[in-house]
Design a protein around this ligand. Sequence first.
Ligand code: GLN
Length: 190
Amino acid sequence: MKTVGVLALQGSFREHLRQLAKLDGILPCPVKTTRDLAQVDGIILPGGESTAQGKLLRDFGLLEPLRTRIQQGLPIWGTCAGLILLAKRITDHEPAHLGVMDITVRRNAYGGQLDSFSTSTVLPAVSPEPLPLVFIRAPWIESIGENVEPLAVQDGRIIAAKERHMIATSFHPELTDDPRFHAYFVGQIA
Ligand code: GLN
């Protein structure tokens, strides 16, 4: 049994827990404290609002312990706001939060009419069949470091990437009924 945490301070954590509950051999675990964090074999950072989540991580004393565990190799996947928390660089001189993944992200990158939208695409690492993609005031990945592998590109923009044990997606697999991305992530946990 693998214990898979979901940071449960703000945002779409219930939806992630619901998706994890569909998978065999997985114990989903909401993470609000350092004690919760100590139990998990992998963790998901949900979508929501990255500034609020960054502040809550600091207020709950979780920012440093979480960063330490990631640096020690804890498998982690950030969706949307979670991607922003992982990034080493945010455009427009915004300070980083966890700052562990060698990517530059642009917040709210799809302005105006494309603010929120759904589409689908094939992510070869995840499945040969197209995956539904939901974007909500989503960031995109503006540039990546040399050890980062793009997992999906949409209209010339990187929307999913992987660096060793860290995965980041602009979109929200937790807001669909499709658990394939969750299955892919838990498959990365040893
Ligand atoms: N726009 C949000 C932010 O910048 C992210 C949106 C989301 O997680 N759906 O934090």
